[in-house]
Design a protein around this ligand. Structure first.
Ligand code: HEM
Ligand SMILES: [Cu+2]
Length: 551
């Protein structure tokens, strides 16, 4: 078949057009760096997922029989946790979607420091490759929290290498945060005032504050672990004048805010999807914007709720408990505002919307059980049980991963220029939602009944719930693998998405898909508020949408 001999008048070059490996590895285009991250975090997600699969297989029966030793299980959950947190959750939304979208959304040509952006990907890859290296050559068995004295005095696994890997990866996070903050301050198009910023940008701004202020504390904590192990410097070991609880303070001073590094970007995505598929301006724009910043600030005050049973004073425990309740307020504000946006909206249930609605439901369950854990007395009962495991998976997987997938589907037409098959998208969203609940809801019950976390065997009466959980994980796995296939397959078609397949507001939808190398052809001037959706246009847009999907 010969190609039709029609030559379009010199189309502007899109950012995907150059194909050499060098053009990718040396790129300073924020969109390409976003793609580099997308490929990397996907690989890490599936590596971490493989570890989860093995763990769930082990936990299908009460006695340890799948893995050779309990040690192997310890290494498995540690690598699962380390990879999922540091190499997937923390970078996923900011580095993939944030990198791609932030400049487009504020009408800029790129981030403020394009080369530093590329550098942060390389730094991340160095840490990530070390992580894989550790997995192959022996592993770590401390859990992702690296608690002393086990990590410093007893563990004989590759703790130092892991500490260095996490330290290095931290720099990537700091560089990204710095880049975003400077970009939002200096690169906004004329007319793009602070209160015209999309909420996606506000959330990423708040995330970046935590990245810049919190990550150094984590970096210092893990380096101290390495120093203590190597040279016995006596920071954490009481025998030489140290304090093991100090490590928990340092660690959670980062790692509690870090849960907001993971979930604020999720809020960012949901705040874009909800108004678009409800065809309504977002309710309470300023509240949502300020709630992001409030979460970033208050998130630094509640680390002690991870330490209720560490021996801190009753007063400290009480204060951390109360503060933890306060930090729930801004999160609740967001949920209420999204719900209010949905109320009386003309809802369209396309794939991104299904993911966003799933996010709201699962995040709410995660948040409410978080309040239970923040209640000192309940936490003493369920501490280190599967209740906690269920809670954090609801937040991190039900929240962040759902939002990430929703965002990938929402902006895939922009990123790739292609529509994906909607029916497969819906199926994957459904499988993820059902599989997720079947996997993790039984764990609330297990934890309440007293099954401890991080054990590779358990008492026989816990088996039924564990089998449910493993069955759910199989469904969940299918839901996660599906998008990989249909999204990649969609790349074989010619670009068919058009600039704005969802009829969305926002500057990123005004450029072609995929965008040209320089994003905008003329200087951008912003003249209106974000989210100017009107219900009347809903019908029209919906008809248009159907045409795109049936094409
Ligand atoms: C895909 C389905 C998943 C399954 C079946 C699963 C399963 C598990 C299991 C069995 C544990 C061990 C719990 C314990 O004994 O404490 C665990 C721990 C953990 N999971 Fe997952 N997980 C999944 C996905 C994820 C994802 C996507 C993330 C983050 C993005 C994540 C983050 C963690 C963390 C941080 C831990 C704690 C590890 C530690 O204690 O050191 N998991 N998971
Ligand atoms: Cu916390």
């Amino acid at each position: 078949m010969s190609a039709p001999a029609v030559v379009v008048e010199d189309p502007p070059e899109d950012y995907l057009q150059e194909h050499t490996l060098k053009s990718w590895l040396l790129t300073t285009d924020h969109k390409r760096v976003g793609i580099l991250y997308m490929i990397s975090v996907t690989v890490f997600f599936f590596v971490g997922g493989a570890a989860a699969t093995l763990m769930r297989l082990e936990l299908m029966t009460p006695q340890g029989d799948v893995l050779a030793t309990p040690d192997a299980y310890n290494r498995l959950f540690t690598m699962h946790g380390v990879i999922m947190i540091f190499f997937f959750l923390v970078p996923a939304i900011p580095s993939v979607l944030g990198n791609f979208l932030l400049p487009l959304m504020i009408g800029a040509r790129d981030l403020a420091f394009p080369k530093i952006n590329l550098l942060s990907w390389y730094v991340y890859m160095v840490g990530g490759v070390m992580g894989i290296w550790i997995m192959i050559f022996g592993g770590v068995d401390t859990g992702w929290t690296f608690y002393t004295p086990f990590s410093t005095m007893y563990s004989n696994t590759m703790v130092v290498t892991a500490a260095v890997a996490v330290f290095i990866t931290g720099f990537s996070s700091i560089l990204t945060g710095l880049n975003f903050i400077v970009t939002v301050h200096t690169m906004r198009a004329p007319g793009m005032t602070w209160f015209r910023l999309p909420l996606f940008v506000w959330s990423h701004y708040a995330t970046s504050l935590i990245m810049v202020l919190g990550t150094p504390v984590l970096a210092i904590s893990v380096i101290l672990i390495a120093l203590e192990r190597l040279f016995g410097v006596g920071i954490f070991d009481p025998a030489i004048g140290g304090d093991p609880i100090l490590f928990q303070h340092l660690f959670w001073f980062y790692s509690h805010p870090a849960v907001y590094i993971m979930v604020l970007p999720g809020f960012a995505v949901v705040s874009e999807i909800i108004p678009c598929f409800a065809r309504r301006p977002i309710f309470g724009y300023k509240f949502i914007a300020f709630a992001s910043v409030a979460i970033a600030v208050f998130g630094f005050l509640v680390w002690g709720h991870h330490m209720f049973v560490s021996g801190q004073s009753m007063y400290a425990g009480t204060i951390f408990s109360i503060l933890s309740f306060l930090v729930a307020i801004p999160s609740a504000i967001k949920v209420f505002n999204w719900t209010a946006t949905l109320y009386k909206g003309s809802l369209r249930f396309d794939t991104p919307m299904l993911y966003a609605l799933g996010f709201i439901g699962l995040f709410t369950i995660g948040g409410l059980t978080g309040l239970m854990l923040a209640s000192l007395a309940i936490d003493v009962h369920v501490h280190d049980t599967y209740f906690v495991v269920a809670h954090f998976h609801y937040i991190m997987v039900g929240g962040t991963v759902m939002a990430y997938l929703g965002g990938i589907h929402f902006w895939w037409p922009k990123i790739s220029g292609r529509m994906y098959p909607e029916i497969w998208g819906k199926l994957s969203a459904l499988l993820v939602f059902v599989g997720f609940n079947l996997t993790f809801f039984p764990q609330f019950l297990l934890g309440y009944l007293g099954m401890p976390r991080r054990y590779y065997e358990y008492r026989p009466e816990f088996q039924v719930l564990n089998v449910m959980s493993t069955a759910g994980a199989s469904i969940l796995a299918v839901g996660y693998v599906l998008p990989l296939f249909y999204l990649l397959l969609s790349l074989r078609k010619p670009a068919n998405a058009g600039p704005n397949p969802w009829g969305a507001t926002g500057l990123e939808w005004q450029v072609e898909s995929p965008p040209s190398v320089h994003n905008f052809h003329e200087p951008v001037v912003v003249t209106c508020e974000p989210y100017m959706y009107s219900p009347e246009e809903a019908e029209r847009e919906y008809a248009h949408d159907q045409r795109v999907h049936n094409a």
